[in-house]
Design a protein around this ligand. Structure first.
Ligand code: SF4
Length: 366
């Protein structure tokens, strides 16, 4: 008897999850990103409905006052969590922990000092030549370690960010010729519809001194259905365009995620990955090797490994610099150089990035 391929096994598990927990949804609904967004789990009860929970997870979900940010997970992401045992690594990225309520020494609500560097609504001058455009506050899923927990999911994107906000941000960019590099981020800009995103990209492209446009997104990891042929066609019109993806664990590298990345690559968009080093989630050599080699296999360059920011309520998820260095040293010689990211730390208050990798000491302005 022939053995089931990993792709077939994934499709079978996914279909079984859909039929059990979303019996009214056809396969076409599951493949529709808007259906996925509409059916996100947003409450403790919605998480508990589809996941057998550990006592730790149950305690945290029962204590919403301790949450540092809202809950959200797409049905697709929930299907990945359901494939893990309670307290599994991906679960810890999306299910809260009561320790989120503790603010550790040196931790800040706005660890990168973004509010102090805002030059227009949702526009942050992060470096003399670079700006960060927060296109929305919404994400498909909310990661418990997020640096921007203070704004995440405050409302839906279209309520928190309006055309006049875009107009103010764009006006500032037009009159600031030193800015050559714009990172469109959020929240997750790919939660916006194609028309809204295209309008923004066209406006940015029309500013002659903006040479580099990048999009930061976790969508291929948590809602790969969003990368439709229409989205890829639209993005292709606005090249050169780079994307910073955000895969955290090899379990996110599913056939659907691979297909989303292939579509973006076919549209001529280079894909780089940024991962946060997370305690008990990906801070071991084997997990990091499998993640980075898996990324290369789907055409994504592991670019940055971030030491966790000093965001309030994240101490339980933050790994150590020593652990990150140990992993990087372990990767050298064990895997191809392409699979070894730069290990970086964002200095608190917006002081710029510092390389932490073996041998790295200079300040890096990216
Ligand atoms: S996708 Fe990014 S912005 Fe959204 S919650 Fe996760 S880390 Fe934060």
């Amino acid at each position: 008897m022939s053995q089931e391929t990993p792709s077939k096994a994934f499709a079978r598990r996914e279909a079984a999850f859909r039929k059990r927990w979303f019996p009214a949804a056809a396969a076409a609904d599951w493949a529709d990103w808007r259906w996925q967004l509409r059916h996100r789990a947003r409450t403790a009860a919605e998480f508990a409905r589809v996941l057998p929970l550990s006592p730790r997870e149950r305690r945290a979900l029962a204590a919403p006052a301790s949450w540092r940010m809202p809950l959200a997970a797409t049905p697709y992401a929930l299907s990945l969590l359901a494939a893990e045992a309670p307290d599994g690594p991906l679960r810890r990225t999306l299910i809260p922990d009561v320790r989120e309520a503790r603010v550790g020494k040196g931790e800040l609500r706005d660890p990168l000092g973004e509010a102090a560097h805002a030059v227009a609504p949702g526009l942050i001058r992060s470096y003399p030549h670079k700006a960060l455009l927060l296109a929305t506050a919404d994400c498909a899923c909310f990661c418990r370690y997020c640096t921007r927990a203070r704004t995440a999911g405050k409302s839906t994107c279209d309520k928190t960010r309006t055309d006049p906000d875009d107009a103010q941000a764009l006006a500032w960019l037009r009159r600031t010729p030193e800015i050559r590099d714009v990172l469109v981020s959020g929240g997750d800009p790919l939660t916006l519809g194609d028309a809204r995103l295209e309008k923004l990209l066209k406006s940015l492209r029309a500013i002659p001194h903006i040479e580099l446009i990048r999009i930061g997104t976790k969508i291929p990891a948590v809602l790969p259905q969003r990368v439709t042929p229409a989205l890829a066609r639209m993005l292709k019109q606005h090249r050169p365009l780079w994307m910073s993806l955000h895969f955290t664990h090899p379990s996110e590298l599913t056939p659907r995620a691979a297909a989303a990345c292939a579509r973006l690559l076919d549209a001529g968009i280079p894909l780089m990955n940024q991962t946060v080093l997370l305690r008990g989630i990906n801070d071991d050599l084997d997990t990091m090797r499998r993640l980075n080699e898996g990324l290369l296999k789907i055409g994504v360059k592991p670019y940055y490994l971030h030491q966790g920011d000093l965001a309030a309520g994240t101490a339980h998820l933050r790994s150590t610099v020593a652990k990150g260095r140990e992993i990087l040293r372990g990767l050298c010689g064990l895997t191809t150089g392409y699979a070894i990211p730069l290990f970086m730390f964002d200095r608190p208050g917006g002081g710029g990035k510092v390389p932490l990798g073996p041998g790295g000491t200079r300040n890096q302005r990216k």
